[in-house]
Design a protein around this ligand. Structure first.
Ligand code: CUA
Length: 334
């Protein structure tokens, strides 16, 4: 590629990174104290890098210009040129890197300290990464959900990050930086979300075939609304009332119950896939791959490998009537 307009290329690169890293969410629009520190570090590094780019381009332009000048025929002038060259090498190769990299190192360490500010009694949520979805357990209340983590807005929350299989990375750019989830080790992330809303995130460490569709969301609710939500999620599933729903529950228990939990049922006790006790209260399915609609739910059960190739969810071979009953049952689980 010939670069006739380096300015345009630079603008393009900066624009692309500003446009947002994980879909619609950008770490340059922070809405949590952790993310604000990370944003500050980003700008420090951006401006330092910008100064370096300008200096390098200016030096290059100067060098190109000098090459067109005739060699000096005088000994003293050539010696002077050699001294200038030596000075530039020391300046550009030793002094400048130290001047640029020291502040970067200092602000990186400072940011790491600031983002680890712990509160006295945060709300704890145990987040366990699985290939390829997120389990969220609220030990205090007993609520369990998947991929959609609700938190009270403005209050300190501690995420206890674990992994069930390989290394994943928890990243909701507007809320905080990234933290790895490592098998056999628990990492923590202290967050506080400033404004109510839905914040999108993404697994940020390659973890296998469906890494790209291992999405998550943080819902920051006003405290009263959060209390209502957590109470509802902690409760067992409603007993089915209509005939079709009862059929759906029976089929679910027989075909899906070894992998999925529906609290309050006798045989829906699995712990391999997400807890579905209140599936109907979620906005998405399959770790954010689909919106939670009747059509998508049926499609996901009918052809999991078509929706997410490689996913651990098998096609259990339900017929049309079974699928209709199971979907109706799952949709009744508010
Ligand atoms: Cu989990 Cu990438």
């Amino acid at each position: 590629m010939s670069i006739r307009r380096p300015g345009g290329v630079l603008l393009g690169v900066v624009g692309a990174s500003l446009a947002g890293c994980a879909g619609e969410s950008s770490m340059l629009e922070p809405s949590g104290q952790g993310a604000r520190h990370v944003e500050g570090l980003w700008w420090t590094m951006f401006w330092l890098a910008a100064v370096v780019v300008v200096a390098v381009v200016a030096t290059l332009a100067f060098a190109l210009w000098r090459r067109r000048q005739p060699e000096p025929d005088n000994e003293a002038l050539r010696d002077r040129d050699d001294r200038v060259v030596t000075r530039m090498i020391i300046l550009g190769g030793v002094v400048l890197p130290i001047v640029v990299l020291l502040p970067v190192a200092w602000s990186t360490i400072r940011t790491a300290q600031l983002t680890r500010l712990a509160a006295d009694e945060p709300l704890e949520i145990v987040v366990t990464a699985h290939q390829w979805w997120w389990q969220a357990v609220y030990p205090e209340s007993g609520a369990v959900t998947a991929n959609e983590i609700h938190v009270p807005v403005g209050e300190p929350v501690r995420l206890r990050l674990r992994s069930n299989d390989v290394i994943h990375s928890f990243w909701v750019p507007e809320v905080h930086g990234k933290t790895d989830l490592i098998p056999g080790q628990e990492n923590t992330m202290d967050i506080r979300v400033d404004a109510p809303g839905v914040y999108r995130g993404q697994c940020a460490e390659f973890c296998g075939l469906q890494h790209a569709l291992m999405r998550l969301r943080i819902y920051a609710d006003p405290p009263a609304e959060f209390e209502r939500w957590v109470r509802q999620e902690a409760a067992p599933a409603a007993e089915p009332t209509a005939e079709q729903l009862r059929e759906g529950q029976t089929t679910f228990e027989a075909q899906c119950g070894q992998c999925h939990m529906i609290r309050g049922t006798r045989l829906g006790v699995g712990n391999v896939g997400p807890d579905l006790t209140h599936l109907a209260s979620r906005d998405t399915l399959a770790a954010g791959a689909l919106s939670n609609t009747t059509y998508n739910l049926a499609r996901w059960i009918l052809d999991p490998q078509g929706v997410k190739p490689g996913s651990r969810m098998p096609d259990v071979g339900l017929d049309e009537d079974d699928i209709q009953a199971v979907v109706a049952y799952l949709e009744s689980l508010e």
